[in-house]
Design a protein around this ligand. Structure first.
Ligand code: BGC
Length: 535
């Protein structure tokens, strides 16, 4: 077994409720997802990440868990989950789930017991205080909604601590019973055969006065325990870290290769959008220079969009204003410190920019993850509450309910996108699978090419000087083999000049086109938003 499979894998993020409804109740479900695995395999996906599917009152779309050992009835049951996993593995694919360690739902029986009785064994599962003046240096994450990280519970007669919604009380990791309990949760799903977890919101597990209550040493110690248990009993499974932090802080979550296998690279994401808008490669380059190297058995996970707002935590206040102005001109598009929009509308539904940004996704260091629907260019509905506007039903075909569900339209969990540019008549998977020139097929081909070159998953990154600031030029090198990648970020034609090339020919591995090198120099004319992967 290849235990380092995640170094070369293509990940795909699935919101099960949005994917495919097998029983006509208006909600996507596990059986529905099982029926759509061919589609994902065709695209070239290797590993699915399923957003939370546990029982939950859904005040934060399942990130508020009421039972860690079961499946939400909207999605099916444990047998459906086992059948999905079996079908995934039968295809040689893998599946990771969300592991929400930091908090539970306030409807979790632990919290209900804890608040009702000071002597409950679960009282100490949560963080209580008589005063709401503790840990004041900790920032509030959902600043649009929550005035404080403390909420008064009249039944408990105390305040409880929560980093997210008040309906998500934080677990108390100073309690060994909590540490043990969450280790058991992890083992339960690993025993069922899942290939690992995307660990949600890990910076916030512990609280200490006088700190910002993020990335504390105690947190790393506990996470290393989870990892050690995984290594001992479940080799080949992975932990993917969600820490919306600067590269040097995320670096700590890799430890010495003994904490997380993977970590999302949050700061590169907004900089890709910044550079495409500015038509210059500076910001991506700067952040990659600030990105420390990571142990050989670790891997970054690169994403363009996900189920949350496009977060602008990892930019300066000036850059945030600039991003809002450029990418969220209507106030409704802004949410918390981010933008509640989908990839394609952010890029003005411009096919060339869509390809360019995917080329960056597939060639920057790390394993790429695709957010469901972005491979066909789905749109958004900013008028839905919270982040729901980027969680609308997958558009499978031009038929009823976009082929997502047979329920009456008014019973769907969310309306299908219905505007002219992004409705299912215009955007759907079926027609794109048939059309060799579609975005879906272009992405499928990029993935297939990427898989032929280990350098994308393993290689070093070096920025190249091509004497043109409009072009992002870098090489990826592994075991003496190198690919030089050029992205013309500008909407006009540009010339790239590369020196010191000890070859006579360079070939674009995407188009198979060859370019002649003269006197160790290569001069290339790139069309607007053109990208080349030169070998
Ligand atoms: C998830 C969010 C969620 C939050 C609280 C995250 O960072 O991505 O969707 O609201 O954690 O669980």
């Amino acid at each position: 077994m290849n235990e380092l499979w995640y170094k070369d894998a293509i990940f795909y993020q699935v919101y099960v409720r949005a994917f495919y409804d097998s029983d006509g109740d208006g909600h996507g479900d596990l059986r529905g997802l099982t029926q759509k695995l061919d589609y994902l395999q065709e695209l070239g996906v290797d590993c699915l990440w399923l957003m939370p599917i546990y029982p939950s009152p859904l005040r934060d779309d399942g990130y508020d868990i009421a039972d860690y050992y079961n499946i939400h009835s909207d999605y099916g049951n444990l047998d459906d989950f086992k059948a999905l996993l079996e079908a995934v593995h039968a295809r040689g694919l893998r599946l990771i789930m969300d592991l929400v360690l930091n908090h539970t739902s306030n409807e979790h029986p632990w919290f209900q017991s804890a608040r009702a009785d000071r002597n409950s064994p679960y009282r100490g599962y949560y963080v209580w205080s008589d005063s709401d003046r503790k840990y004041l240096d900790a920032r509030i994450i959902f600043i649009d909604i929550e005035p404080s990280n403390w909420t008064w519970d009249p039944l408990a007669g105390q305040y409880y601590w929560h980093r997210f919604y008040a309906s998500q009380p934080d677990l108390n990791y100073d309690n060994p019973a909590v540490q043990e309990e969450m280790l058991n949760v992890m083992k339960f799903w690993l025993d069922l055969g899942v290939d690992g977890f995307r660990a949600d919101a890990v910076p916030y597990l512990f609280e200490r006065e006088g700190t910002i209550c993020e990335n504390l040493p105690e947190t790393h110690t506990y996470l290393k325990k989870l990892r050690a248990s995984m290594d001992e009993h479940y080799p080949g499974r992975i932990l993917l870290c969600e820490a919306n932090q600067w590269p040097e802080d995320v670096r700590a979550y890799f430890g010495d290769g003994d904490e997380f296998h993977m970590g999302f690279h949050f700061p590169i994401m907004p900089r890709i959008f910044m550079d495409i808008k500015k038509e210059r490669a500076n910001d991506m380059r700067d952040i990659m220079r600030l990105t420390p190297s990571i142990p050989e058995n670790c891997q970054w996970c690169i994403f363009l969009r996900n189920h949350d707002e496009l977060t602008l935590e990892m930019v300066t206040p000036e850059e945030r204003q600039w991003m809002w102005k450029k990418y969220a001109p209507e106030p409704r598009m802004r949410l918390n410190r981010g933008i509640r929009r989908r990839l394609t509308p952010l890029l003005d539904n411009d096919r060339k920019k869509m390809e360019l940004i995917h080329s960056l996704l597939f060639t920057l260091p790390g394993s790429p993850i695709i957010y469901y629907g972005d491979e066909i260019g789905m749109g958004e509905n900013i008028w839905l509450p919270d982040r729901n506007g980027v969680r609308t039903p997958m558009q499978w075909n031009a038929g009823n309910n976009a082929g997502f569900s047979e329920a009456p339209a008014q019973s769907l969990y969310a309306p299908i996108i219905d505007n002219q540019a992004y409705g299912p008549l215009k955007i759907n998977a079926e027609s794109q699978e048939r059309d060799p020139q579609s975005l879906w097929n272009t992405i499928r081909r990029m993935i297939a090419r990427r898989k032929q070159h280990q350098t994308f998953g393993w290689g070093d990154l070096k920025w190249l000087d091509c004497q043109n600031e409009h072009i992002a030029a870098f090489s990826r090198t592994y075991q003496g083999k190198s690919v030089s990648i050029l992205h013309n970020l500008s909407a006009s034609g540009q010339t790239a000049k590369l020196d010191n090339i000890k070859k006579t020919l360079m070939r674009d591995i995407l188009s198979e086109k060859a370019f002649e090198v003269r006197d160790e120099k290569l001069v290339l004319k790139l069309r607007p938003h053109e990208y080349l992967w030169l070998e």
